[in-house]
Design a protein. Structure first.
Length: 186
């Protein structure tokens, strides 16, 4: 028997994406966003409202980075979601983060978040709040790479947002092989 909850924003997983931009004066800005994901081969889409300082920065600079929130940085990731860049210009510094300018887009990489997707603005619709970015590059710190030089999720320890319990959770163990295990049923 199923229990019905009605229309909710409850899906699993909801990534903890940290969007980073530059303010007008060149200082870094960041916000926490969970409603987003890959929408095309080289495209990322997110739902962020027009009132965010980060949205204004993206529209002005035509670029942004999206870092994966991590277990080690969960407190700082939550902090940049609780505070507004409209009210606090130095919230990235107050989160304890340092930044490096991306080589590919006019946006900062957060040094303490070891994986980022670097994007150019494709479009933004203020009515639907849909932000679309063209993926220009994915970068990762060597500390989260495996022996073959690819990103190791066990080293990265990305977190997800649990919208039902208002918690953050670390992604779990490997349970199968994509595009392979299902072949057993063919």
């Amino acid at each position: 028997m199923r229990k019905n909850f009605g229309a909710k924003t409850w899906t699993y997983p909801q990534p903890v994406f940290i969007l980073a931009t530059y303010n007008e004066d060149g200082t870094p800005d960041a916000m926490n966003a969970a409603w987003g994901g890959i929408s095309e081969d080289k495209e990322l889409s997110l739902c962020i409202s027009a009132g965010h300082k980060t949205t204004a920065n993206i529209l002005a600079r035509k670029a942004f980075t999206v870092s994966m929130g991590t277990a080690h940085q969960a407190v700082a990731c939550d902090y940049v979601g609780l505070t507004s860049g409209n009210d606090m210009a130095d919230k990235v510094a107050k989160a304890g983060w340092h930044t490096t300018k991306s080589e590919f887009v006019d946006a900062p990489l957060i040094d303490e978040l070891p994986m980022a997707v670097e994007c150019q603005l494709v479009s933004y619709d203020p009515e639907s709040c849909r932000l679309v970015g063209k993926i220009v590059n994915v970068s990762a710190d060597e500390s989260v790479l495996d022996g073959e030089g690819t990103i190791d999720p066990e080293k990265l320890r990305p977190i997800i947002f649990d919208p039902i319990h208002f918690t953050y959770r670390v992604l779990g163990e490997k349970v199968g092989n994509a595009f392979k295990d299902g072949a057993k049923l063919k």
